[in-house]
Design a protein around this ligand. Sequence first.
Ligand code: ATP
Length: 344
Amino acid sequence: MSDAKFLSLEKLTLSYGKNVAVPEMDLDIGKGELVALLGPSGCGKTTTMRAIAGLLTPSSGSIRLDGVDITRTPANKRPVGLVFQSYALFPHLNVYENVAFGLRLMGVKGNDLDTRVKQGLKTVGLEKFTTRKPAELSGGQQQRVSLARSMVMEPKVLLLDEPLSNLDARLRLEMRTELQRVQKESGVTMIFVTHDQVEALAMADRIIVMKDGLIEQIGTPEQIYNHPVSDFVADFVGFENVFALHNGMLKTGEHEIDLHGTVPAHTRGLAWRPGTITLGSGPYRGKVRGTSFAGGTREYLLDTPLGQIKAECDASLPVHPFGGEVAFDLNVKKAAPLARFGGL
Ligand SMILES: Nc1ncnc2c1ncn2[C@@H]1O[C@H](COP(=O)(O)OP(=O)(O)OP(=O)(O)O)[C@@H](O)[C@H]1O
């Protein structure tokens, strides 16, 4: 077993009755990686996590962890931790007892128990809160208790289901950094589920983008952000202007225009972020149908022969007035070439 295949899913098929939610998934996760499972609602993220945790029996395929086949190992015998979205803390137990709970079940006691619980609480920065009940903690602190409770069990893999979704915006930012710190310091392999691309890009070493039960793309945040392989991923990571390319024509629905410039062979589509569209010069014409000031930049919505286009330029540049015509360019060199489009 190499470290790159620390957790390995092979041809894993996951079904609910006759409905296949995840068909034949192949996936390798390295030791010590922080991985995000990213995708829209219903794409199979939770189903995949449940299978790794042992809460769902695969219809076929296998799961190996640290060289051991755990496909049929019961959930409570797997060295896999699970942190729920809802934290699932015991309300009547204080912080210390919540963290000690699983260890006590395993028969850990005395000094050993005390040392491990205190170490767990220290890891998440909650040493001073041992006697508080969950209701006396903020959402972020409850999340930390939940994390400590899983970490003290020393799992080989820790799964986190939408770990930040119940937190307000400020706490979410704080917990992003905190989760990363705990993961890097402990070296525990972690997989977290999210439908928030910003969260995945900010935290993960590697992102797995899922769509309809299939892996659409795997890559580092930089690869996913800069080099999406398909229109689906490009849309998901905020390209906003995503067009099919067919016989040298850019297309959206009924609309099409000539593309100026050459693209790599087998390009099925092109995607531009709003900031990479040139406004004020270029071979194309559009009509300004919306403009909004966004601090350092100004955003434009244009009606064009290619449908609606979103552009963004420096706010210090002269404003293109609402209703007026404006020239624009779609610079091929600034576009992301898409190898797949519309599922093809
Ligand atoms: N208990 C179930 N019984 C039947 N079908 C289910 C069940 N749970 C999930 N599904 C179906 O399996 C597919 C994948 O669902 P899953 O919950 O894994 O998606 P998800 O990506 O985690 O979505 P979300 O972000 O909304 O949690 C969906 O089509 C869903 O309807």
